[in-house]
Structure formats: structure tokens, C-alpha cells
Design a protein around this ligand. Structure first.
Ligand code: A2P
Length: 269
């Protein structure tokens, strides 16, 4: 047997489901995604995250991962970076179809529609794997019921890191249940910062200059009408949060919905 660096899971430790991996996709040498079965009793809201991982040396080794899949989907999907010396991702990147992963029984998180007030345009600001919760939310019919437009601004270093680009542009508009809403309301704004691409530059820079709204063809961000969800690195989150607050946006919580919410795109190890 090849030494994978992780144990094959026979039964789930307390607090977890053991789910079978059903597909693995390697986007780049730094980025992969996988799907797995979903226990019928697992409940979550689109945009939330769960603790997921492996068993290593007999113990759970888990990190927070946003669900890529929407709440209504039968299976689960996750998007992950690969960090060569990261305790979990250096192992998880070798996962194969038929093997089992741990899925925490209690998903949580702030990037949920209930934490935002109703409004006009709903913006998703994502960098890197921060796209994950928005893949879930852009497939939740409630997003289209509550807002006139849903704008997905995904910024990465290089174009090949624009995960799900083909899915969003080619497949989602023809989706049996969501296609009509997607065609009428979803705007996808892919951007790249470190090589030539039709739209270049950080989302912060493009919001400061008003370029992002022009790219989307919508009115300038206005806290009276627009809502924003932010998910990226610690620095990206902090910069976007400051930018929103400077414009009068108020952070929403599980107790009091607001005009923006923010969460870390977790796994960095
Ligand atoms: P840049 O290439 O200018 O650093 P990372 O992989 O480091 O998380 O970066 C993913 C994307 O997020 C990159 O396009 C990167 O731009 C951008 N980024 C990094 N830090 C920030 C920040 N503080 N504010 C906005 N965008 C950022």
C-alpha cells in the first residue's frame, strides 16, 4: 500500500460523518476540489462552512471549509488549496474516489442571506478559494428572490485559478431550475492580478475607482440599496471591510442583519 499520510476511515469519530469521496478535480498544482456523499441528516444553509478533514495517526485532523454545493444539493463539494507542508492539505490533495473524509455535523458561518437586509444588488467579493461559499449561494434560489442582481467578483493571481469559470459561464445559465434567474440576474466578474487578462486589478482598487460597478453595469455601491458578502484572505477581508465601512455599510451578524458580511476563506495550511 502507498503511504498516503492519512488513515483509511472505518467509522466516524464523535461529531463527524464519514463520507465517501465521489470525484476529485485538480484545477492547478495549487488548487483542487472534490465531491462526497452527504448524510441525509446533515443540515446547512448555503454559504456556511463545516469542519472537514482526515484521520491522521488515529486522530481527526480538520479545518474549516465552506460548502461549494448549495443547501439543496444531494452531495457535498469543497474547494481547497494545496500547501506542500500544510498538515491537512498536503494529505487531502491525495484523496481518491472511494476513500472517506470527515465532515463535521454542525455547519456554521456568517455568509448567509439571513444576515443581510433585503436590497437591490447583492455583491459577492471573493479572492482565491474564497469563491467557495458563493458557489453555494449563487445556486440558492433565495438569492434571486431577494435581490434584483447578483454580482460575483472573483479575483485571482492567474487566470488558470479561476475555478468554476466554465461552469458559471457555460453550464449555470442552462441549469434546469436556476437557468432563468441566472440569465436574468447573475453577473460574473472574473479578474486577474498577475498576468494579462480582460479585467485586471484587485477588487479593492476596482471598487475605489468605480471600475467594478462599471464592469457589472450597475449603479455605484450604496449602503441604502446594496449588500455585500466578502470572502478572501485575512488582508483582503480587512481591506474590503474598511472600504465598506468608509462608505457607510454596516456589518450584519446572526442577531442583526446588516448591509455587508465577511468571513475568512479559511484553509491556509
Ligand atoms: P495580488 O496579486 O495583487 O496580491 P492570494 O492568493 O495571495 O490570496 O491572492 C488572491 C488574489 O487576492 C490576488 O489577485 C491578490 O492580488 C488579491 N489580494 C491579495 N491581498 C489583497 C488585499 N489586501 N485586497 C484585495 N485583494 C487582495
Amino acid at each position: 500500500m502507498m503511504d498516503t499520510g492519512y488513515d483509511q476511515i472505518a467509522s466516524a469519530p464523535p461529531g463527524f460523518f464519514a463520507e465517501e469521496v465521489t470525484s476529485v478535480h485538480h484545477w492547478t498544482d495549487r488548487l483542487f476540489s472534490f465531491t462526497c456523499t452527504r448524510d441525509p441528516t446533515l443540515r446547512f444553509t448555503s454559504g456556511q462552512f463545516a469542519m472537514i478533514g482526515l484521520v491522521v495517526g488515529g486522530k481527526p485532523l480538520v479545518r474549516a471549509y465552506s460548502m461549494v454545493s448549495p443547501a439543496w444539493e444531494e452531495h457535498l463539494e469543497f474547494l481547497s488549496i494545496k500547501v506542500p507542508d500544510g498538515p491537512l492539505t498536503s494529505r487531502l490533495q491525495h484523496i481518491r474516489v472511494g476513500e472517506k473524509v470527515l465532515i463535521g455535523r454542525k455547519p456554521v458561518g456568517t455568509l448567509i442571506l439571513d444576515n443581510l437586509l433585503p436590497g437591490r444588488n447583492l455583491w459577492f467579493l471573493a479572492t482565491g478559494t474564497g469563491l467557495a461559499p458563493f458557489m453555494s449561494l449563487m445556486r440558492d434560489p433565495e438569492a434571486y428572490a431577494k435581490y434584483d442582481r447578483v454580482i460575483v467578483a472573483h479575483t485571482v493571481r492567474e487566470a488558470k485559478e479561476l475555478a468554476y469559470r466554465d461552469y458559471i459561464t457555460q453550464e449555470l445559465p442552462d441549469h434546469e431550475l436556476l437557468g432563468e434567474d441566472v440569465r436574468a440576474k447573475l453577473t460574473y466578474l472574473p479578474a486577474v492580478t498577475r498576468e494579462s487578462f480582460p479585467v485586471m486589478g484587485r477588487i479593492t482598487t476596482r471598487l475605489e475607482s468605480g471600475a467594478a460597478e462599471r464592469e457589472a453595469g450597475v449603479a455605484p455601491l450604496d449602503p441604502a440599496h446594496d449588500r455585500v458578502m466578502i470572502c478572501g484572505s485575512e488582508a483582503m477581508n480587512a481591506d474590503c471591510k474598511a472600504l465598506m465601512e468608509a462608505r457607510g455599510f454596516v456589518e450584519g451578524t446572526n442577531n442583526a442583519p446588516g448591509s455587508f458580511v465577511v468571513e475568512k476563506a479559511f484553509v491556509t495550511k
